[in-house]
Design a protein around this ligand. Sequence first.
Ligand code: PLP
Length: 295
Amino acid sequence: MEGGCAFADGGFVPLSEAKISLFDWGFTRSDATYDVVSVWQGAFFRLDAHLERFMASMAALRMQIPYDKAALRSIVHGCVRASGLQSAYVALVCTRGVPAPGVRDPRLAQNRFYAYAIPYVWIANPEKQKQGLDLYISQRTRIPASSVDPRIKNYHWLDLVQSLFEAYDGGHDTSCVLDANGHIAEGPGFNLFMVKQGVVYTPDSGVLQGISRQTVLELCARQGLSTSLEPLPMAALRAADEVFITSTAGGVMPVSRLDGQTLPHFPGPVTQRLHAAYWALHDEPGMRDPVDYKD
Ligand SMILES: Cc1ncc(COP(=O)(O)O)c(C=O)c1O
């Protein structure tokens, strides 16, 4: 299973054999939750935090699977071991499952669990990070938190995907959307930060509580950088000194332009500091969960 491995219906399979039913509500209704954790140079990064978030998401959606945290840990380790990947994107997915014919009651579904490890994914690879991202601010509203709680990691991505098309149409690299109050929310697969006069800001609500976002907040505390979690008006973002995004798929990634307009500081000193600290943290024993690649 070199290059990738999945866990489906209770066993490890090559990626090409990993399938879900056409009738799984995870597919027909986006009735699913998931999490993504990275493996960097042979070790999971903050695996426990990702497993905790995944289990909290499942509980919030009233999903149950026959695996506890230790079993999930061993499954994702198994996927990476079988793939042989030293740096990987590892997904855990729980779907509502396949109803019996004619059944519409979600309580009757048997929830299903899948996992897979594929090569590490970058929202912006190191080459792109040198230029910085051109972030398009879409006027589209993220599905409101009163409809779908964004803290439950979900596949309700049509708003994000539509904003990406708008970004690409205008020649930008990626996009972000607004929250129900018209403030900056998040983007397709990432949280957003801005720096103004040395203070690091990120939206307080209406977004996924990203593990990378949490990591950056902890790094700010360690480094004595002031942070503020508060609504981010669009005008504040446009007037920022520095902007960066955070994701398991790439860590801390600098933004150099907003809607094509160059930001005053790129590469920004605070972003550079946090970028370096984020990758240095991968060597700290408490953050690493090394993969045993031996058979
Ligand atoms: C909508 C959304 N926001 C934020 C993030 C970043 O979360 P994390 O740092 O845990 O990868 C993701 C990750 O996929 C996401 O899908």
